[in-house]
Design a protein around this ligand. Structure first.
Ligand code: AMP
Ligand code: GLY
Length: 430
């Protein structure tokens, strides 16, 4: 039977998922709030709908006769879209609402780690009372990360001693007045992501990726959803050892064991500290941009993963090409604090050269492609080394012409990678 796959979401991550299924024995349909031109071109059908509306997604899934659904972003997971699809008899590769709390509720996430003795959890406390939280900031011996418990698109966290002072941190707690916040030990080190493909109690992991959260070059400016990322031709990154990678995988293993019936991607965000990997957070989906590093080098048919998961099996052993990747995002001017939505973007696809081009949160209309408030498109270079992959990605940024888009040219450049290596060596006292 030919599978009918429904892809939910319209960002760069979902364009990468669509492209990875392009040559699979499946008919691909897609739905998203924005019309992503890259996905629309690949899919047999594309429907514009609110992806956080479970009824709307189920209706479209039934219309097209979907046999499997893949949920890209976190918001539909939080809205219970996987549960609704399941109830309608459509297998969803993506966790149910209660399991997605590993991402959507950071207080749950930390308690879950503590209660299940998952290694790598920093010290933490959760608060509902703003003043009690501020008192804890005063009393705590060391710097803290301030995290709203709910989803903020990666933009709600403030780290004392890094982005803000203790006084500014308390001001942030008072002004933002979130219902619940988590205060946790500030972790110092280098961040990396490992994405696990999870099904029926088993999992397979992808090579590590490093994302760049800060908006501006040199890791300055506000946190974003991620400005770009790189991976190496091996499982680990240049600042890590293979033991670091394995230790992070053992944390994922303990988490998968403790989560019953989890399916989909479990994304571990780690800080490589002087004491080894610690968990910054978990996400219940592929990373964006990290999916654009990982899926183009996945040599196993992603459809085989989906079918195995649906049929009650663990994922097949995954093969990845021994290639480095560098991804760079072009984002609207002013992103993330004051993004210019509704600006026309010119994308000269011919100029992408050897790079892959992924459309993200842009909207295709009759007369062209327009920015939204989120990231616009990404280019990905793939080569034997990070340096070569970076050059390919950088050349491809010419597709953006001189339009009012912003990007970080430093991602994946030898200087920046070397700084990461030096940082970890310094922490480890070498
Ligand atoms: P999150 O939304 O939890 O991924 O946090 C966004 C960013 O804040 C992370 O990628 C880190 O750069 C930073 N961050 C979060 N938690 C911590 C922590 N405990 N220590 C240091 N930095 C953190
Ligand atoms: N790249 C960070 C995220 O997907 O949450």
């Amino acid at each position: 039977m030919r599978e009918i796959v429904l892809l939910i979401g319209g960002g760069g991550r979902e364009h990468a998922i669509a492209r990875t299924l392009e040559d699979s024995e499946a008919d691909l349909y897609a739905c998203a709030g924005n019309r992503n031109p890259g996905i629309a071109r690949i899919a047999v059908g594309f429907e514009s709908l609110e992806t956080t509306d479970p009824d709307a997604v189920v209706e479209y899934a039934e219309d097209v006769g979907a046999t499997i659904a893949v949920i890209g972003p976190e918001a539909p997971l939080e809205a219970g879209v996987a549960d609704a699809l399941e109830a309608a008899g459509v297998y969803a590769f993506g966790p149910k609402e209660t399991d997605a709390r590993i991402e959507t509720d950071k207080a749950f996430q930390r308690r879950f780690m503590a209660e299940n003795d998952v290694p790598g959890c920093p010290d933490f406390e959760t608060f509902e009372d703003t003043e009690a939280a501020c008192e804890f900031v005063d009393e705590y011996d060391g710097d803290l990360a301030i995290k709203p418990a709910g989803l903020t698109g990666g933009k709600g966290v403030k780290v004392i001693g890094d982005q803000v002072t203790a006084e500014e941190g308390k001001e942030y707690i008072r002004e933002s007045d979130y219902d619940r916040i988590v205060l946790e030990e500030r972790l110092i080190g280098e961040e990396f992501t490992i994405q696990a493909f999870v099904a029926n109690g088993e999992f397979e992991t992808a090579p590590a990726v490093q994302d760049h959260k800060r908006a501006y070059e040199g890791d300055e400016g506000p946190n974003t959803g991620g400005m770009g990322s790189y991976s190496d031709a091996t499982n680990e990154l240049p600042f890590m050892t293979s033991e670091d990678y394995d230790e992070a995988v053992s944390i994922i293993e303990a988490t998968v064991d403790a989560l019953e019936d989890y399916r989909g991607i479990l994304y571990g965000q780690f800080m490589l500290t002087a004491e080894g990997p610690r968990v910054v957070e978990f996400n219940a989906r592929f990373g964006d941009p990290e999916a654009m590093n990982t899926l183009p080098v996945l040599e196993t048919d992603f459809l085989d993963v989906l079918v195995a998961a649906r049929d009650g099996e663990g994922p097949p052993e995954l093969e990845f090409a021994d290639q480095a990747t560098v991804c760079k995002y072009a984002v609207p001017e002013g992103y993330p604090t004051d993004p210019e939505a509704g600006a026309k973007v010119r994308v000269d696809e011919e100029s992408a050269g050897d790079a892959l081009l992924y459309y993200a949160s842009v909207d295709e209309r009759d007369d062209g492609i327009y920015t939204t408030t989120s990231r616009s498109f990404a280019v990905v270079g793939i080569a034997d080394s990070i340096t070569e992959a970076e050059e390919i990605a950088e050349d491809a940024l010419a597709v953006a012409g001189d339009d009012g888009l912003h990007m970080r040219h430093d991602i994946g450049k030898p200087d920046l990678v070397q700084r990461r290596i030096d940082h970890v060596e310094e922490l480890r006292g070498n």
